[in-house]
Design a protein around this ligand. Structure first.
Ligand SMILES: Nc1ncnc2c1ncn2[C@@H]1O[C@H](COP(=O)(O)OP(=O)(O)OP(=O)(O)O)[C@@H](O)[C@H]1O
Length: 249
């Protein structure tokens, strides 16, 4: 359960935000036209915070999450981590930073169907290391993967493939895969969007526990207000900008 009713504010004013974006603009090109999605978004995330981003379908929530997690680059504005700008780094540095700092969870899990649960979770560590390094440390990596799988309550499903798991189990597996590399920030895009209400609640309990017990920083996108309220703070994306609910009304 959340510790308290979340505050609903456009941004947290703090001298030293951990993850921040300023004046983000992003448009997608469709033929000759540019369709503006984000128009001057400012956002800050404190270390250890659990922040929800809400907004209607198509308001740009996923786009914002992708910019924060270096999956895409803004047209204008900047993203910074620990006060250092990161969106303009060379692509290879951004890739390395993304793999090390951010863990991602998506609505449709994005597990690899031909791999077992254990192999899916290990894949995070595989892509992070050379073949030689991975081979040398494989025992340690296996232990880390098994321990993370146990933490999300799937120790009895190690050898199962995604098609043999329920939706909730697949999302738990995706969370284990995101966290096995010990990221500093978990970026979750509609993590309960494909689940029934009860299973969605269980996934939210897992996320709030990870945030409370391990001080994991979480930024979650959702269109579901009840789900959003499980976080400590909510920001609302509307017409390309972050607004308080009072502004949006
Ligand atoms: N790669 C792309 N090319 C063109 N347009 C895109 C692309 N990605 C997103 N868009 C458009 O940008 C807008 C914002 O999309 P985005 O997925 O960020 O919204 P969202 O708030 O996450 O929506 P939903 O809640 O439905 O997932 C939408 O109008 C979408 O059609």
């Amino acid at each position: 359960m959340p510790a308290a009713t979340p505050s609903i504010v456009p941004m947290q004013k703090s001298a030293s935000p951990y993850l921040a974006a300023q004046a983000l603009d992003k448009a997608y090109r469709k033929g000759q036209c540019a369709v503006p999605v984000l128009r001057g978004v400012d956002i800050t995330v404190q270390k250890g915070e659990f922040l929800s981003i809400v907004g209607q379908s198509g308001s740009g929530k996923s786009t914002l999450l992708h910019l924060l997690g270096l999956l895409d680059v803004p047209d204008m504005g900047r993203v910074s981590l620990n006060g250092k700008r990161i969106d303009d780094l060379p692509a290879s540095t951004r890739d390395e930073l993304r793999n090390r700092v951010f863990g991602f969870v998506f609505q449709f899990y994005h597990l690899l169907p031909e791999l077992t649960l254990l192999e899916n979770v290990l894949s995070t560590l595989m892509i992070r290391h050379s073949v030689f390094e991975y081979w040398r440390m494989r025992g340690q990596f296996r232990d880390a993967a098994c321990s993370m799988i146990e933490k999300v309550g799937l120790a009895h499903r190690l050898k199962h493939r995604p098609s043999e798991l329920s939706g909730g189990e697949m999302q738990r597996a995706a969370i284990a895969r995101a966290l096995v590399g010990q990221p500093e920030v978990l970026l979750a895009d509609e993590p309960t969007g494909n689940l029934d209400v009860q299973t969605g609640r269980e996934i939210m309990s897992l996320l709030t526990k990870l945030n409370a017990d391990e001080k994991l920083t979480i930024v979650m996108v959702t269109h579901d207000d009840a789900i959003a309220r499980r976080a400590e703070r909510i920001v609302n994306l509307r017409e390309g900008r972050l607004q308080s609910l009072e502004d949006a009304a």
